[in-house]
Design a protein around this ligand. Sequence first.
Ligand code: BG6
Length: 450
Amino acid sequence: MNDIRTETSPHAIPPTILVIVGITGDLSKRKLLPAIEKLVAAGAAPDKLKIVGITRRDVSAKQVLQALPDELPHGFLTQNMSMFQMDLSVSADYKKLDAYLHELEIGLGEGVQRLFYLSVPPQISQPIVKLLGKNGFADKPGTKLLLEKPFGTDLETARELIEQTKQHFAEEQVYRIDHYLAKDMAQNMIVFREGNALLAHTWNNEFIERIDIVASEKIGIEGRAAFYEQTGALRDLVQSHLLQLAALTLMHPSVTRNLRNICQCRIDALRQLHIDESVPFTRAQYSSYADEVKNPGSLTETFADITLKSTDPAWQGVPIRIVTGKALDKKATEIKITYKKINEYESNELLIRFQPNEGIELRLWTKVPGYEWKVENHSLELDFQETFNTSTEAYEQVLLDALKSDQSLFTTSEEVIESWRILAPVQHAWSMSPTISTYKPGSNYDHIAG
Ligand code: BG6
C-alpha cells in the first residue's frame, strides 16, 4: 500500500511566500508558527521559504515570536519572517502588499508561489477574498488560498460563500482546511481498512451492527464566547470534523487506490448520508455556559447527539451516531465499530482512537485460563506513541500538503455543501425550539438527555 500517496521532495516545492492573515491570533501562535519550525527542522519545507505576517497595528516579527510558548524554537522564523502593516478593508493597501511581495520574490528566484492563509473568521475572510481577487492576486500563477472553517452557517450561506469565492479563485486554488482530515489516524483509516483483509472483508452491514463517532471534550469554550455563540457544537465539530470522520468510515477507497481521488470517495459517502429522523436528536448546554458568554437566553448548544443512516447498500440498516460536547467528563475522540453478535456469543468492538493515546483497540472475548469455563472481554491494542514513538501535528501536514499542491486532505466545496445538506433537518428543528436543556459540567455523553 506504499503507492497510495505521491511523495514530493522538498527541493521540488517551488520557492514560497506564505502570507498569514491573523498572525497574532491563537491558531497562528499555537499551531501554524510551530508547524513551520517543525517542517523546517524535519527538512520537509521548501528550500526557499519566506513568511509574511499581516497586521493592522504596528507589531514587529520579534513581538509575535516572543508570544510563542517558551519551549518552541523559532530560529527559522527569526530569520525568515517579516511583517506587513495594512488595513485589509482598503483596496489600495493590497497594491502596496503586492509590491512588497514582488520585492521579496526577486530574492527568491523564478516561479515563486504565494500562499494566503486566512486564519480569521469567515465574516472577515470573505471581504479579504474579494479584495485579493479584485486586485488581481488570483491571476498570478501559483497563488493559493487557505481558508479556515466554518464554511458558512447553513446550506444557503455555504452556497453563497462558495459562489463568492469562485468569482475570484478557481477551486484548484482553494484549500479549505479541516485539520481532522490531516490527523495521522484519519489518513491511517485507509491503510487500516484496506490493508487488512480481516477488516476489509467485514467492513459492511453484513458484519457491523452500529458505528459511534464520538468527540468528547473536557474543555469548555476557552474564552471564545463570541465565536461559540455564533457557532455551537453542530457547526463547530459535527458539520466539519465529525462528518468527515463518518465519510472516512463509510467510503469505498478500494475503488480508487489513489489518495488523489480520496475527495471523490468522501463526497460519494456523504451524498448517501441522511439524518435518521426516527431517532431523537439531542442538543444541550453545560449549565455555566450562559453566564460564561453573558447571554442568559442563549440557545447555543455545547452538546449535540444525532444519528445518521446511509442509503449505500453496504451500510443500509447501520445506525451511525455522532455525538460531541464540551465540558464533559473526558477528552476522547474515537470511532467505535460494534460488530454483530454471532449465535449466542457477544459482539466485538473495534475502537479507533484519535486522541488521547492515538491507536487501535480490538475487544475480543477469551476464555480465562483455569479449570472453570469463564469468558472475559479483553483488548488487543496498538498504541501509536508506544509503537512508533513519534507523531505529526495535523497542521504540519496541512501546511506541507498546501505547499506541495496536494488537495486530498482538504475539504472540497461539494463536501461542504453535502455536509450542510445532511444537517439541514436538525438545524430546522432546533431553530423552531425555544428551549434547551442543560447538563452539569463533567457529565458523561451517554448520560445527557435533550
Ligand atoms: C476546532 C474547534 O476546530 O477543533 C474546537 O473549533 C475544538 O472547538 C477543536 O476544541 C478540537 O480539535 P482537536 O484536534 O483538539 O480534537
